[in-house]
Design a protein around this ligand. Structure first.
Ligand code: DQA
Length: 148
């Protein structure tokens, strides 16, 4: 069977995991997160690319690239762009690739402005408040949805 092809996109400031607000996001680093995702993908025999950018337009470009690369599922933590970016929402709708939105913290129990997500309008599922484990749950969800 052909390997399932997934793309993980992390938005602004997630490269600062371990440094930024550890009381909210934990002490583990962005590299720790990448290692965790890679070993889960290896365990399930999934082809996975992990991408991080602090720039909205680059994230739009990456989503469009996924269309041409025949990516089957996108896992995205758009970080602050979750609450502001119609451009990322439109990009996700344009490519029509199933998308799972992940947040390390629980965006519903924080400031009011974090409760609204544009990205949820293009997502089949939102996972929030499960820490780094949320990414692994998203990988497993796609594995069950697309690989079984
Ligand atoms: C976040 C939550 C967002 O509100 C915030 O802007 C982030 C990270 C999370 O993973 O919990 O940068 O997406």
């Amino acid at each position: 069977m052909k390997k399932l092809k997934l793309l993980v996109i992390n938005g602004p400031n997630l490269n600062f995991l371990g440094i930024r607000e550890p009381e909210i996001y934990g002490k583990s680093t962005y590299q720790d997160l990448c290692n965790l995702i890679s070993s889960k993908a290896a365990e399930l025999n999934i082809d996975i690319e992990i991408y991080q950018s602090n720039h909205e337009g680059q994230i739009v470009d990456k989503i469009q690239e996924a269309y041409f690369n025949k990516v089957q599922g996108i896992i995205i933590n758009p970080a602050a762009y979750t609450h502001t970016s119609i451009a990322i929402l439109d990009a996700l709708k344009s490519v029509n690739i199933p998308c799972i939105e992940v947040h390390i913290s629980d965006i519903n129990t924080r400031e009011e402005f974090r409760k609204h997500s544009y990205i949820s309008l293009a997502s089949i599922k939102q996972i929030k408040g499960h820490g780094f484990n949320g990414y692994l749950e998203a990988i497993e969800y796609f594995d069950n949805l697309l690989n079984k």
